[in-house]
Each structure stands twice: as structure tokens, then as C-alpha cells.
Design a protein around this ligand. Sequence first.
Ligand SMILES: CC(C)(COP(=O)(O)OP(=O)(O)OC[C@H]1O[C@@H](n2cnc3c(N)ncnc32)[C@H](O)[C@@H]1OP(=O)(O)O)[C@@H](O)C(=O)NCCC(=O)NCCS
Ligand SMILES: [Zn+2]
Length: 327
Amino acid sequence: MPPNVKRTYGSRHERTTLPSSSPPSSPPLKRKRSFLEPISLQNLPPRPLVKRTKLSPSEGRTKKAKQPQKKLTQLHFCLDKTMLRTCPLCELSYMKGAPDDETLHQTHCARVRKGMEWGKEEEKEAVKANVREVAVGVRLKDGKQGRIICFNADVGGKIGSKLFALLETINRSLSSPAMTAEALQASKAYLFLLPPSTTSGREKIVGCVMAQQITTAMAIASPNEVKANRSDGSPATSELVAVDATTGLFCLPTPLPTPLGIPRIFVSSSHRRQRIASELLTAAAATFIHGCKLNPREGQVAFTQPTGDGNAVMRHWGLGGIRIYEG
Ligand SMILES: CC(C)(COP(=O)(O)OP(=O)(O)OC[C@H]1O[C@@H](n2cnc3c(N)ncnc32)[C@H](O)[C@@H]1OP(=O)(O)O)[C@@H](O)C(=O)NCCC(=O)NCCS
Ligand SMILES: [Zn+2]
């Protein structure tokens, strides 16, 4: 790239709006790194996910000791630091003064904080799109009541477009890639809707859980399993899969049959800690497979590599039984 080229979110946007069926030609700039991939440095705002490190059972400590340290090269960017802003509300970094970036940020920020609308257009298509209401009168901690709807994630029409926009916001927030067409085909979207608070008469989508049919996942190693030493004295972690070494989240490598995966979970920031994520997860576990209620305690639900918030919910809601899978 010529030294004076400035990249802006406006130019990144084209890539993030690729239809989900077209995999990006190169990894999106800001993405949730798979825990089975090597780490790469990105010219990106600091995100908790980027901090994660992965050590596979076969690599890690010993490799580090053997290899001579590579000569580090200083990279020079001509981005004017005074122009690069990280919004404290939505954590997006963007170029102040670049119109495309500012517009993109404004839309993203509002969606992250307040959620999107579930409008009359979507409601009109609800029957055709086979939208099911799976819970009503769900009471939150602040006393408000909402409902949970569910539909197939590969739905088309207005509802498909709304889900696409919602997932785009979630992916940008989580630095995750778009879900593939195959993953969407195997998934259902669960949305938490709050009744209209203004005269606009439109419900708000304040939470979303994507629930995906999967086959296997790994059990999370207990603290004792992480601390233990093998008979030859080497640390047991060398045989575990490190999902997040910074928080000490390790898995036992054996794949175990697991029916339900949660590849995305998101609640708009002004509605967090109200039990919305927990209610969505409960609804998904109860209704994802018709006539078969899944129990997280028994290892029937798995998350992809969780964020810090995701980890907290996973442990609280999953009561220690949640597994991990590669989404
Ligand atoms: C993770 C997320 C979906 C949780 O949504 P939520 O509706 O606030 O979660 P809940 O209210 O159901 O939380 C249930 C419990 O989980 C724990 N918990 C949730 N968020 C937590 C946090 N940030 N810190 C500590 N504990 C937390 C608490 O024990 C909480 O119960 P409490 O509020 O009574 O203490 C939300 O924080 C979010 O969207 N974060 C950004 C996106 C993200 O990181 N997604 C996870 C991807 S794996
Ligand atoms: Zn913002």
C-alpha cells in the first residue's frame, strides 16, 4: 500500500456488506479470530478478542524456546492519530472527518446501544416467513416485559434483510466474520423484542441469539485439570486446547456429541444485565429441537470462543456444563 493511502471504515464497509454466501476473499479486517488459527497482527482498534492467544497441544511453549527471535520490523502508518477516534460507547474506531466513516459509526453506534426496530414490514411477512413466538410476557429485571421470536436464519425477504443488518452490526462489534451460508442454513435466530416506548409504534430488537445445529464440541477443562501435571512432570495444558490463555479457558480435546451451538449472542448495550441473554438462551435450548428440551448442564449446548462477557453468561446460565466448538 502506498505510504500516504488512508484506510477508512467507509472503504472497509464494502467488504463487510458482502452477501453472507460469498466468503470474503481475505479475512475481514476486524474479526473474531478462530482459536484454531495462528495470531496475526492487525491495524485495528484494540478489542478483547484480539488479545486471545491459542496454543494447540502440539505447539506452544517448546516451540517458543527453540526458535530464535525474529527481527522485528517497525511498520509506519501515516494515519493521523488525532483523526482516529475510538468511540467509548460502541468501541468502534473510525476516522473523524471522513464522511463515510462518520455515517457508518453513527448507524453502528445507535444499533449497538439501542437495538434495531422490528417494524410493521417485518411483522407483515412474519407468517409467510414462519416466525414463531416462543415466549411472551418475559419479565426483565427492570420490570419491562418483552417477547421472544424465532425463525430460520436463512429466511429471505424483509426479515432476511433485517437479520442480515443485525448480524452485520453484531459481527462488527465482535470482530467476527460473517456466518457462512451453510452455517445460516443450520441456524435459527432468536430475537428479544421490547414493546414500543415511543409513538413510532415499533418494537425494538434488543437481543439476538443465533442457535446452530452442530455435531460435536469440547468440554471445558476444570481448574484442576488445567493445573495438573502429567506423569512425566510436564504440564497437562500441553494436551489441552487453549481457547483463551489469558483467562485460562482450556478444553479437553476429545470431540463429544453436542446438538446445539451458539455462534453469536448479543444484547444492545443499554439493555444489558437485565437477563435478556439468559432468557434467549433458555428459549433456544427449549425450542431448537422440536419436542426435546436441551439441558446446558448436561453438555448439550456449546459456545464458540467466548468474549469476556460471553464467558460470564456462559458460566452463569450454563451452570458449568457449556462446551466449546469451532463455529
Ligand atoms: C454477553 C451479553 C450477550 C450478555 O447479555 P446480558 O443480557 O447482559 O446477560 P444476562 O443479563 O442474561 O446475564 C446473566 C448473568 O451473566 C453474568 N454476566 C453477564 N454479563 C456480565 C458481565 N459483563 N460481567 C460479569 N458478569 C456478567 C452475570 O452473572 C449475569 O447475572 P446478573 O446480572 O444477575 O449478575 C452482552 O454483554 C453482550 O452483548 N456483550 C457484547 C457481545 C458479546 O460479547 N457477546 C458474547 C459473544 S461469545
Ligand atoms: Zn459509537
